[in-house]
Design a protein around this ligand. Structure first.
Ligand SMILES: Cc1ncc(COP(=O)(O)O)c(C=O)c1O
Length: 463
């Protein structure tokens, strides 16, 4: 019997059939090689994971050494040097007030534990009625049932509707696509007011937490919240005793040019989820981090948060995390990302700005989103069945570029975005190669659309 590994579909396959994937054989730095010997520049670190590229000799050595000692000391039997050192490093990187954490094996588990920490906090605080979560539309928090319940990725939710936990969804804070009738400069205040309205509507004593991505990843095509938004929602939550939960699975661990994405906003959340970049994709690792306020109460009233798994604090994973985080600190890579992210964005705009289909280039650090539209002035997206993002993916793969195209950012079905999230240590020449190959792939994909006869006003000589 042949076992088939199905890969999840992204929205809007439309006219583009599933293509056979190349078979990965090895990687070196920012480059990956498939079984035919073809090489790819990794422009998105897979899904914003591989922050040090591939096969970094120091990380590999640390993993091998740990494996030769012991793979894992189960958490009810042992602590370990890697676990303690990574706890110390992450605590220091998070800054004052966020020194407590539970390690997990990935993003969904980190979000799941974040939700549970919030619920447990309220139970221990004698407010067991606080059960409800508020999240935002066009956000993704993970595939486990709790994380999926607060997510609003239409296609991924649909098969499970009816079994998901009730959650409210408020507007995304997206200045490029503001809520109807709201000017871009009013988005932050409007969204904060809407959140407060929802808390009041539900009754604050029923609301456990507000979860949001400080910079939305896959579901929005990299959408940083407008300036001031994070501070406003922090204040709203404080006014109503609601915990602020930052999902930094994709945008955190240095990706946006500060170790915590919310550092940029001067905001400290009550609970935070990180994953992807924490161990750089060398082994699965995530963490749920929570504040002293949450930790003190949970320790005093309940002896600690009630969550965790067999592989919580996995020793080998923590050793990988320590190696990755030491290199990032030693080589000043978060600072590098902060410095060169703006330059990368400017290069993309220079190179592709003549394309009428390029609606927006946005993001922070090495987390950059490009949104493509059928009409720049009205921001009308391409018809979903044209699946532009999938055509870009196909063309990128053919051209030897790994990027992260995604559909559905406008309404869950329509919308075409591409995420770039290169390794923090990619060379300037590699960044330039990413820009050049993306530019070529997008022009070819748009050419494919027009050659398959779509006629949209104003798009004639687009490529
Ligand atoms: C913001 C965010 N949260 C949670 C998750 C879920 O993480 P994982 O796929 O590692 O379970 C993701 C995954 O892309 C994500 O982008």
């Amino acid at each position: 019997m042949v076992l088939k590994q199905d890969t999840a579909r992204s929205p809007g396959h439309g006219e583009v059939p599933d293509a056979a994937l190349p078979k990965i054989v090895y990687g070196r730095g920012s480059r990956l090689y498939d079984a035919t010997g073809k090489d790819y520049i990794d422009g998105s670190g897979g899904p914003a994971v591989f922050c040090l590229g591939h096969a970094h000799p120091e990380v590999n050595e640390a993993i091998k050494q740990q494996l030769d000692r012991v793979a894992h000391g189960y958490r009810y039997n042992f602590t370990s040097d890697p676990l303690e050192e990574l706890t110390e490093i992450v605590g220091r990187r998070c800054g004052p007030g966020l020194g407590h954490m539970i390690f997990t094996t990935g993003g969904s588990e980190s979000v799941e534990s974040a939700l549970k920490v919030a619920l447990h906090y309220h139970s221990a605080n004698d407010e067991p009625s606080r059960r409800r979560f508020i999240a935002r539309r066009r956000s993704w928090h993970g595939n486990t049932l709790g994380a999926l319940s607060v997510s609003e990725f239409k296609e991924r939710r649909e098969p499970f509707e009816g079994a998901l936990i009730p959650a409210s969804h408020v507007s995304p804070a997206n200045a490029y696509r503001p809520p109807a009738g709201v000017s871009p400069d009013r988005v932050a205040q409007f969204c904060a007011d809407e959140l407060e309205g929802e808390i009041v509507r539900l009754g604050a004593r029923n609301v456990a937490g507000f979860i949001f991505e400080p910079v939305v990843g896959a579901a929005g095509g990299v959408v940083p919240a407008p300036e001031g938004y994070a501070r406003l929602v922090r204040e709203v939550c404080d006014r109503h005793g609601v915990l602020l939960i930052a999902d930094e699975v994709m945008c955190g661990a240095g990706r946006c040019g500060s170790w915590r994405a919310l550092e940029h906003d001067g905001v400290v959340p009550d609970v935070m989820a990180v994953a992807k970049g924490l161990a750089g994709g060398y082994v699965p690792l995530g963490a749920t981090i929570y504040s002293d306020k949450v930790a003190d109460l949970l320790t005093r009233k309940a002896g600690g948060p009630m969550t965790g798994h067999t592989f919580t604090g996995h020793t080998l994973a923590c050793a990988a995390g320590v190696a990755v985080q030491r290199i990032i600190a030693r080589d000043h890579l978060v600072e590098r990302v902060a410095r060169d992210g703006e330059r990368l964005k400017a290069r993309l705009t220079d190179r592709m700005g003549d394309l009428p289909a390029l609606g927006d280039v946005r993001g922070r650090g090495f987390f950059i989103g490009l949104e493509f539209v059928a009409d720049r002035a009205t921001k009308e997206p391409f018809p979903a069945e044209r699946a532009l993002h999938l055509r870009i993916r196909a063309r990128s793969l053919a051209n030897g570029l790994i990027c992260y195209p995604m559909g559905g950012n406008v309404d869950g079905v329509k919308g075409d975005t591409v995420i770039l999230a290169p390794p923090y240590n990619a060379t300037d020449a590699e960044l330039e190669e990413i820009v050049e190959k993306l530019d070529r792939s997008v022009r070819e994909a748009l050419g494919d659309i027009f050659s398959t006869c779509m006629v949209l006003p104003g798009l004639a000589n687009q490529t």
